[in-house]
Write a protein that binds this ligand. Structure first.
Ligand SMILES: *Cc1c(COP(=O)(O)O)cnc(C)c1O
Length: 370
């Protein structure tokens, strides 16, 4: 049985404190050392900076409490995704990825993995299971997909993939462990960009892989050690600090997003809106079944590029920036990166501002659109 997320959040805040001796610092020390004192047999807790670091270990301990699974920290979300794919795939195998997910995962697969003899196939997140999973070795899911916010049934897909002998990886970046539990739904590996809500302050890039499968965990750890894709101690320290407030930030962000989505739905300047928490959203029933929260991302389609840009720039409380999940709300037109969305499609990331002024600000920008 999975632990209540609120219990997990409380445990997280006292994880370090439980193991302290008199005089130890309560806050996590930032240990930045490539060398560790290692006379005789190399059997110490830390050996060399590419292999171990006490600050990463503390971070991974926190992440493991959130995921209810062993975790491996990486210097970015893409480094975590690369680790999961390189640790599971070999030449001659087949990888299925979403055609409408995060575009850099597609680039990694089509520009690099395919050149190493991996067959890469793509399907849209909506209808991802159509065609089945026979002959597919690794299935990579992103639900809700970034940026379109379509969903697929993680539990049903993971069960089908397992029955065919394959491995399921879920990119849980848009939801965090407080919003969705892919391992509990049957996934083998979870990957996340902790650059987003887990870091939360837009001052660090990080990522992690979580898995309860001992062999997969060892492969991911070997990949990090051998490829050298290691986080800096400073970045690990910042993420550790961010995780301590993730639950309270995520709660505020999801609640505000629900209020904002309900208010903007039906505004005359909004042609279409996607938010899994809206009763009118095509994915709402599935979202209720598989997600604990409905997230902080809203997809807004305005009339055209000019209206979308005018909305973003006129809003005092929106940072016009790529990435999402920060304490400050932000927005961007995703077509500028080549995503298959309308010219006027805006991905809105709801931050931690109190909802009333934020909503007033967004409404007045929308009201002023010609
Ligand atoms: C941002 C993002 C990534 C990549 O994360 P980085 O930390 O930028 O490397 C991967 N997947 C999704 C869904 C993302 O939004």
């Amino acid at each position: 049985m999975e632990k209540d997320p609120r219990k997990r959040a409380a445990d997280l805040l006292h994880l370090r404190g439980q193991g302290l001796s008199k005089g130890d610092p309560v806050a996590l020390p930032l240990v930045s050392s490539s060398m560790f004192h290692l006379p005789g047999d190399p059997d110490a807790a830390a050996s060399y900076g590419r292999v171990d670091n006490p600050t990463w270990q503390a971070l991974e301990h926190s992440l493991a409490v959130l995921e209810d699974a062993p975790c491996v920290a990486f210097p970015s979300g893409m480094a975590a995704i690369s680790a999961a794919l390189f640790a599971t795939l070999t030449a001659g195998q087949t990888l299925l990825i979403p055609s409408d997910g995060y575009y850099v995962t597609r680039l990694l697969s089509t520009r690099f993995l395919s050149q190493l003899g991996v067959r890469v196939i793509q399907r849209p997140t909506l209808g991802f299971a159509e065609g089945g999973f026979d002959g597919i070795d690794v299935v990579f899911i992103e639900s809700p997909s970034n940026p379109g916010l379509d969903l697929c049934d993680i539990a049903a897909i993971a069960a089908m993939v397992r029955a065919e002998g394959g491995i399921t990886i879920v990119d849980n970046t848009t939801m965090t462990p407080f919003g969705q539990r892919p391992l509990a739904l049957g996934a083998d590996l979870v990957v996340s960009s902790d650059t987003k809500a887990p870091g939360g302050h837009s001052d660090v890039l990080m990522g992690h892989v979580a898995t309860r499968d001992a062999a997969l965990l060892e492969a991911v750890l070997d990949w990090r050690k051998i490829s050298g894709a290691i986080p800096s101690a400073q970045a690990a320290w910042l993420l550790h600090r961010g995780l301590e407030t993730l639950e309270v930030r995520f709660d505020r962000m999801c609640q505000s997003a629900q209020t904002i989505a309900q208010t903007l739905e039906g505004h005359k300047a909004v042609q279409a809106i996607r938010y899994p928490g809206l009763a009118s959203d095509p994915a709402h029933d599935l979202a209720k079944r598989q997600m604990l929260r409905f997230g902080f991302l809203i997809g807004l389609t305005l009339a055209d590029k000019d209206q979308a840009e005018a909305f973003i720039t006129a809003s005092r409380y929106l940072r016009p920036a790529t990435s999402f999940g920060g304490v400050h709300s932000s927005a961007e037109r995703r077509i500028r990166w080549g995503d298959d969305v309308a010219e006027g499609f805006v991905r809105l990331s709801v931050g931690c501002e109190p909802v009333d002024p934020l909503l007033d600000d967004l409404l007045s920008s929308l009201d002023n659109l010609a």
